[in-house]
Design a protein around this ligand. Structure first.
Ligand code: SF4
Ligand code: SF4
Length: 267
């Protein structure tokens, strides 16, 4: 981590950036996001197995954007987030300095986003093994069993929207689920309304999920909502041979039409 801290210090000393979004040691062994604005604070940066939060969620927050030119500590899901946000015109290409952390935990000093694209060609994150097993188990169910499974699993949801707030791809200022004129989806928690909310969320994330898992980790009730978006990523990969956030050159899956698309869903 010395190389990460040295680079952070140098970026702040030279005033190349005004703030570095990274991971800091918290209390009781917890890790939290840190906003490093002086060279002396660079020592506080850490990276280890506890650093799972997708810090890319802060890149579209106005209070963070106001801090000036940003750098971000970026394990692979964060790198993918930066590329998706660039493609979706939420950040300008090469405007946020990316302090990469490779899959092997090594510091990667990227000069431009094209270098990130090259790295991700051979180093994309996979779903954790336990999630893969759960997805296989759920996928093997009959349609009726799967409906019952998700009905029961989503029933306790209190619609606190922590899963949405944790997701860097849910950056709309006003979410459709909180609109009540007209009201498309019940605002309050209800059995059917909970399913509508979660299925809509999964559809909005299709072809955009970075596989960070933060939505599931952030749920106070332990509801594994990340399995829905992980499954959508698998469906997109199987049908369109593409993964989200590997390049800023190609349009995202859901905004692309190709004459040879299978379109089996409308047959
Ligand atoms: S849907 Fe969940 S796993 Fe996917 S990018 Fe958002 S927070 Fe991460
Ligand atoms: S974080 Fe959990 S309880 Fe809150 S809205 Fe998401 S699934 Fe529901």
């Amino acid at each position: 981590m010395d190389s990460l801290r040295r680079k952070a210090q140098q970026l702040l000393e030279s005033k190349e950036v005004d703030c570095i979004i990274g991971y800091n040691e918290g209390s009781s062994g917890n890790v939290h996001a840190g906003f490093i604005t002086t060279p002396g604070q660079a020592e506080k940066l850490i990276f280890d197995d506890r650093c799972k939060q997708n810090l890319g969620v802060y890149l579209t927050k106005h209070e963070v954007m106001r801090l000036g030119k940003l750098a971000i500590v970026a394990p692979v899901p964060v790198m993918r987030t930066v590329l998706i946000l660039t493609y979706e015109c939420q950040i300008v290409e090469n405007s946020v300095k990316v302090l990469g952390i490779g899959l092997d935990g090594q510091f990667l000093d990227f000069n431009e986003y094209a270098d990130i694209e090259k790295y991700l060609t051979d180093h994309c994150n996979e779903h954790p093994e336990e999630d893969k097993k759960l997805i296989e188990k759920i996928s093997a169910m009959s349609v009726e069993e799967r409906w019952d499974f998700w009905h029961e699993t989503l029933k306790p949801c209190i619609k606190c929207f922590a899963c949405r707030q944790a997701c860097p791809m849910c950056y709309c200022v006003r979410c459709q689920v909180e609109c009540n004129q007209p009201q498309w989806i019940p605002v309050q928690s209800s059995e059917l309304g909970n399913m509508e909310w979660h299925f809509m969320r999964a559809m909005h994330l299709a072809g955009r999920c970075t596989g960070c898992g933060d939505c599931g980790r952030s749920c106070p009730l332990g509801i594994p909502v990340h399995l829905l978006t992980f499954k959508m990523s698998d469906v997109v990969l199987d049908n369109f041979n593409t993964k989200a956030g590997l390049t800023i050159k190609e349009p995202s899956t859901l905004s692309t039409y190709k004459a040879n698309d299978k379109e089996t869903f409308i047959r």
